[in-house]
Design a protein around this ligand. Structure first.
Ligand code: CA
Length: 612
């Protein structure tokens, strides 16, 4: 009896996977009642293009089956009519009067727990999953995968961190005041080396087994949503891994940008906006490869475009993703990105998105914001950008003394140019990420500057984003970049100290952790900061004052970038302060019953909630 039962299970599993002639179908399933009735299946199998394909599932029509250069692929266009019932379609393949059947599942769409989208009430926490926490030692090495676990000393190798490790610390993030988690890519990267970073996908529909599984990713998303934490997926449309199964058996030669010899991009985004740019530079920017091990996908090929776009919709629907961070946005075919975004917004209006725009110059950065006020023929439709321009100002603030265009003067000058953006509240504001030197090192391990910059990103306009471990003052410079991707202490069984437990923090670490926690949690409940307006005053003598306000509420932030305490006369700020007579210092809980003058310590920022 037991044997028959096992046989039945084996049959059931096989029936759900591929027939012997088929090695892959992308997407692996779809859903009924999507707004867009169109679906293109990419079917891979030995000589599969020679077969005729039919189906007789009610509501589903095959409108075409396209053969391409490589006989191992066929692209099947389907229309799934409204009111089609969920179930398994039988796709019937016939060649020389011999047939086989492949099942393809159309699932019922599931209800979401929280609505998707990102806005300025969020606080995003960025995790490099391999370096955050190892919740499952059993998956550190996977047989059959190219890169094994060699130990944690090597900064370029895998350290064993995984999805279970993140799930185990969702309460830690919630407690810190985080509302959204962005993990660097979790898709399979079965590359021989450097596979931990995740930006070289070898299977777009599979979570890397060393991080977990698709089911575990779904569980991670569900557990996040139960805690009101949003899930941000890092998508990489520009390139994939050289060992990707599609690259190893290219559907067509122009699936990727082909060059006679390896040709890298010039990494020069300005070439895309420059009135004087050569075509040579423009093409090199977009079609050159980001790295030797990362083939540049040709998104002007309509099959590539469909493949990628459906992949993003599949993940949103499968795991209830709330937003995308889009890697190397400016290196993509810009029209492809617009078309892909349109299809995503069609299914999920107001879906959260922000684009990596690692550029210099506000005129370059704002070009990529969909609602910008520039007079160009290009509209990216992109709601948010990673605000590198503001980061350069924050760096200036901690590196240079106050001046007309330096120190807090630079912050003022940068924000004064927000008129270029449209709604700058969708810009993502940060002190660091996985590619940048840790901010505590950037500011010369100056504790006061670290706190001041943190206060700034948590109270200015935009969506603040935090890099894992900065809350416990992790430090180091890039070069090699592994130095800024060190393991979170306590994330691995047997670590000498567990810094996820605030009781184990000491001195400045403890002080700073509470600084972040107090402000992040205060921010959550503050309408002026999350939804209100910003007013800044021209800085003078190294003092910068700005307000976040609604019609009835007001929060005042005073930054003193001098090396001495100051006594600030508040009469110049009557425009925002009139009607308020008292204030509470959010960081210290002190109450002030007079606002005529405010005392601010050297190199610090205070946050005052004004009271009537
Ligand atoms: Ca592991």
């Amino acid at each position: 009896m037991k044997q028959i039962f096992s046989l039945l299970i084996a049959f059931y599993i096989t029936a759900n996977l591929f027939s012997q002639n088929i090695t892959n179908i992308c997407p692996p399933n779809w859903w009924v009642e999507m707004k867009d009735s169109y679906l293109q299946l990419m079917i891979h199998g030995d000589n599969i293009s020679a077969y005729d394909i039919k189906t007789n599932y009610p509501g589903v029509k095959i409108t075409s089956a396209t053969k391409v250069e490589n006989k191992n692929y066929v692209f099947v266009d389907l229309v799934i009519e409204p009111n089609t019932k969920p179930g398994k379609i039988n796709l019937e393949f016939t060649l020389n009067k011999k047939s086989f059947t492949q099942q393809y599942e159309l699932k019922q769409r599931e209800k979401r727990i929280i609505p998707y989208g990102l806005n300025s009430s969020d606080f995003i926490y960025l995790i490099m999953p391999d370096r955050f926490s190892n919740g499952d030692m059993a998956n550190d090495s996977i047989s059959g995968m190219k890169e094994k676990y060699y130990g944690r000393e090597n900064l370029t190798a895998r350290h064993g961190g995984d999805l279970q490790g993140i799930i185990n610390h969702l309460d830690y993030l919630k407690d810190l005041g985080v509302t959204a988690v962005w993990c660097t890519p979790l898709l399979e990267n079965d590359q021989a080396e450097w596979s931990y970073h995740g930006y070289a996908a070898t299977d777009h529909y599979k979570i890397d087994a060393r991080f977990g599984s698709n089911d575990l990713y779904k569980k991670y998303a569900d557990e996040s949503h139960k805690r009101n934490l949003k899930v941000i997926m890092d998508i990489v449309p520009n390139h994939c891994g050289s060992q990707n199964w599609m690259i190893l058996d290219l559907p067509m030669q122009d699936w990727v940008h082909q060059w006679d010899t390896y040709t890298k991009t010039n990494y020069r985004t300005p070439a895309l906006v420059d009135n004087y740019a050569s075509n040579y530079d423009k093409i090199l920017m977009t079609d050159g490869w980001f790295d030797k091990h990362m083939p540049d996908l040709n998104q002007q090929n309509e099959f590539v475009a469909n493949y990628l776009t459906q992949n993003y919709i599949w993940w949103i629907e499968f795991a209830h993703i709330d937003g995308f961070r889009i890697d190397t946005y400016t290196y993509n075919d810009l029209q492809f990105m617009i078309d892909a975004q349109k299809r995503i917004f069609n299914e999920y209006p107001d879906f959260g998105m922000f684009a990596e725009t690692w550029v210099d110059g506000i005129g370059v950065q704002s070009y990529f914001k969909g609602d910008n006020n520039l007079n160009t023929n290009y509209n990216s439709l992109m709601p948010g950008l990673t605000d590198f321009e503001l980061l350069w100002s924050i760096n200036n603030m901690v590196e240079k003394p106050f001046g007309w265009t330096d120190g807090v003067g630079n912050i003022y000058l940068k924000l004064a140019q927000d008129y270029l953006y449209g709604d700058a509240n969708k810009n993502v504001v940060f002190l660091g990420n996985h590619d940048l030197s840790r901010f505590y090192s950037v500011c010369g391990e100056d504790f006061n500057k670290m706190k001041m910059a943190t206060t700034f990103i948590l109270t200015t306009r935009g969506i603040p984003q935090w890099y894992y471990g900065d809350e416990i003052l992790m430090k180091n410079f890039t070069n090699p970049d592994g130095r800024v991707r060190e393991d979170f202490p306590g994330g691995w069984p047997g670590d000498a100290v567990n810094k996820f437990d605030a009781n184990n923090l000491e001195g400045k670490e403890k002080d700073f952790f509470h600084h972040v926690k107090i402000l992040a949690n205060y921010r959550k409940t503050s309408l002026p900061i999350t939804q209100g307006n910003l007013m800044q005053f021209v800085p003078f003598d190294g003092v910068y004052v700005y307000f976040r306000y609604t019609d009835t509420q007001c929060v005042m932030i005073v930054m003193n970038s001098n090396n001495k305490e100051i006594q600030l006369d508040t009469k110049n700020y009557a425009e925002r302060m009139s009607g308020f007579s008292k204030a509470k210092n959010i960081l210290t809980n002190e109450q002030f019953n007079s606002l005529t003058t405010i005392k601010i310590s050297a190199m610090s920022a205070d946050v005052y909630e004004l009271i009537k």
